[in-house]
Write a protein that binds this ligand. Structure first.
Ligand SMILES: C[S@@+](CC[C@H](N)C(=O)[O-])C[C@H]1O[C@@H](n2cnc3c(N)ncnc32)[C@H](O)[C@@H]1O
Length: 229
């Protein structure tokens, strides 16, 4: 499929989805709390590292209606920026989080394949959106994110992972789920090292496995990361 069709089909799908948690989670609103609980534990571990990222500024990528920004990032970061291509979702995020919440930062209405982050972020959170980028755009996007990290900054990727070795394409929303090995290759290609990974537990058995990966630039390979427990 040509890149354009892959992206326009996805944009059309999301343009017809209600701006609700159930909408952005494809009818799985009931897993939101457990997802956020798992993400909180993962983020807490990252913020407890000896060389932990700061907590000034985070970026929520493919932010939807601000589910993650509101429940996970805003409680922990001074400011949170959102990037999301569906304008209605950003408007809903503004309402949910409240325009007057001083922790709500800049809102960028653009696809990640075209987005060039201009600030330095402590944490860049990408969840359930990277399947909307093809492999080349994903590698390029991760490289741009890498350049946009503050000192000790971390990129967190939380995505569906296939249980086969194959890429699985979803006709309905025009996204892919990738096998674990391909994710590793992509991180490698973007020169990112995985410093922590976890499989989300407690999800229903009829959905994909979901893994969280914490990534840092591989130039910093020898930086000592030590959990302070
Ligand atoms: C499954 S929802 C997840 C939303 C949010 N990350 C969450 O977990 O609540 C996928 C989101 O990605 C957005 N999206 C799809 N393709 C995108 C792209 N190319 N760039 C940015 N956002 C995109 C959709 O509009 C939708 O909000």
């Amino acid at each position: 499929m040509s890149g354009n069709i892959f992206y326009t089909k996805a944009a059309k799908y999301w343009a017809n989805v209600p701006a609700t948690i159930d909408g952005v989670l494809g009818g799985y609103a009931h897993i939101s709390d457990i997802d956020i609980k798992g993400s909180k534990a993962f983020l807490n571990d990252i913020l407890a590292l000896k060389n932990a990222p700061g907590t000034k500024l985070a970026l929520d990528c493919g932010a939807g209606i601000g589910r993650i920004a509101q429940n996970l990032l805003i409680p922990r970061f001074g400011k949170v920026d959102l990037v999301e291509q569906e304008e209605r979702f950003l408007a809903a995020a503004k309402k949910r989080i409240s325009e007057t919440n001083e922790r709500l930062g800049s809102l960028y209405n653009i696809g990640l394949q075209n987005f060039i982050p201009q600030k330095k972020y402590d944490v860049i959170w990408c969840q359930w959106v990277l399947g909307h980028l093809d492999d080349f755009d994903l590698i390029a996007f991760l490289k741009r994110c890498k350049r946009a990290l503050n000192t000790n900054g971390v990129i967190i990727v939380k995505e569906n992972i296939t249980s086969t070795e194959e890429i699985e394409y979803d006709e309905e929303d025009s996204s892919v789920a990738r096998p674990y090995k391909l994710m590793q290759l992509i991180f490698n290609e973007a020169q990112l090292n995985v410093i922590k990974e976890d499989e989300q537990d407690g999800f229903p058995s009829d959905i994909y496995k979901v893994y969280s990966f914490a990534l840092v630039p591989s130039e910093l390979e020898n930086r000592p990361f030590v959990l302070t427990l």
